[in-house]
Structures are given as structure tokens and as C-alpha cells.
Write a protein that binds this ligand. Structure first.
Ligand SMILES: [Zn+2]
Ligand SMILES: [Zn+2]
Length: 228
């Protein structure tokens, strides 16, 4: 954290270890009792998209976030996918779109999640859940979930759209037309049923192997070779 300055918001919301940037900004906005879109506007990021920022921060965005929140630039960058660019993901240079990775066949723009992690961590979303290689939570021994069991959508990490209702941190933020008013789903993702995995079983062993050999070592020649 930097020292206080006139630019800095007089209220700190520290990122959790491993948290994704958009999850942290969502939580920051919630703490300030405002909507994430309005919070981004307030920060001066009105034309920026959280969806792009969680992939890679441009220097202006990083400087602005550092000045306003006091979180150091290096810590901010750790909350983005930038370090995986060219190995586990590929981020287009100009518009930051995610495209097919150089060495890996799996990519996507949504995030899986562990309901028990969301419950334990106050609704904070881990960055690595976005990687196609994360499929199990080794902490809770659960299979990660893709969708919300109530609305069937991939739950967004941050609240987009124009609907200004403040979602609870653990709630599914997907916009739904069920009411005809563009309401959010609101289902408690912390209660979503997930498949419990057998200790010592093949799935947990595979995820531990992937964590060590691919995610942690994603630039090693051995990991890249395995990805082909
Ligand atoms: Zn978990
Ligand atoms: Zn939902």
C-alpha cells in the first residue's frame, strides 16, 4: 500500500490473495455502497472495461488505480491474466481480446468458481478460476462450477449492465429477463451444489499435477510441450 495522498479514497479494501481484479473492484464498490460501473466512472475509468482490465492493465489504468486505492502497481498486475499472456492465454495487443492461446487449446472469457471458496472468502473470486486448466478446488475438494444453478448462466464476476441494484457479494450477478425488468438473478452462489471429490482420487490428483506442472510452470519448455 502507498501512503495516503489527496487522490486516494479514504477507505481501503485490500485484495485477497489470488483475487481477480474485477472481483476486487466489485467488492470495493460494494464497500462504498455504489455500483461497480459508477465506481469505475468515479475513478476516472469511464471508458475502460473491467473485462479488459482483468486481462491486462494499461499503464494509465494501473497508475490511476494505484493513486486512488493505494494498491501498488505490481500487486494490481498480479490480479490480471497478463503474466499468462503467450502461454496459458493470449491477449490481443490493441483491444485486449482473448484469442486462442499459442500452446493451449482451451480458452474462454468466463470464470469457473468454487462455492465453498466464495463462502470462506466473502465472495472474492480467484483469478486462476479463469484459466481453462482450473477444474477442481484442491482446498475444498470440490469440482469447480461453470454456471449458476438457478439461472443457468455463467455468473459474471463483476456487475455489468445498466441495472444499478447493488448485488450481495455472494449473489449471482447475471442479468435475467424473467421479471421483464432486467433484474439480476441474485441466487446465492455460495450454496450452489458442487460435486465432492474423493481424497486421493484421479481428479484431485490431476488438478494438483496441473497446478504444479502447468499453471505454476506455464513458461517451462516441458509445460509448453505438454500443451500441444
Ligand atoms: Zn474452494
Ligand atoms: Zn444466476
Amino acid at each position: 500500500m502507498t501512503t495516503w495522498s489527496a487522490e486516494r479514497i479514504p477507505l481501503t479494501v485490500a485484495p485477497h490473495p489470488g483475487e481477480a481484479l474485477d472481483s476486487w473492484l466489485e467488492r470495493y464498490a460494494h464497500r462504498l455502497r455504489t455500483h461497480t460501473v459508477d465506481f469505475a466512472d468515479f475513478l476516472g475509468l469511464s471508458h475502460a472495461s473491467l473485462r479488459r482490465m482483468v486481462r491486462r492493465l494499461d499503464p494509465d489504468e494501473a497508475g490511476l488505480l494505484r493513486a486512488r486505492t493505494g494498491v501498488e502497481t505490481e500487486r494490481l498486475r498480479e490480479m490480471t491474466l497478463e503474466r499468462f499472456d503467450g502461454s496459458l492465454v493470449r491477449i490481443a495487443a490493441t483491444n485486449r481480446r482473448l484469442t486462442a492461446p499459442a500452446h493451449w487449446r482451451v480458452y474462454g472469457t468466463t470464470s469457473r468458481y468454487c462455492p465453498a471458496c466464495l463462502a470462506d472468502d466473502g465472495g472474492r473470486w480467484q483469478l486462476h478460476w479463469r484459466l481453462g486448466w482450473a477444474f477442481a478446488c484442491t482446498r475444498h475438494r470440490l469440482l469447480l462450477l461453470e454456471r449458476c444453478p438457478a439461472c443457468g448462466k455463467h455468473p459474471p464476476v463483476a456487475s455489468g449492465g445498466n441495472h444499478r441494484m447493488l448485488p450481495r457479494p455472494e449473489a449471482c450477478r447475471a442479468l435475467t429477463d424473467r421479471t421483464g425488468r432486467g433484474a439480476r438473478c441474485g441466487h446465492a452462489l455460495t450454496e450452489a451444489p458442487a460435486l465432492r471429490l474423493v481424497v486421493g482420487g484421479a481428479i484431485l490428483a490431476a488438478q494438483e499435477q496441473v497446478n504444479a506442472a502447468i499453471i505454476a510452470e506455464h513458461r517451462s519448455p516441458a509445460a509448453l510441450e505438454r500443451g500441444w
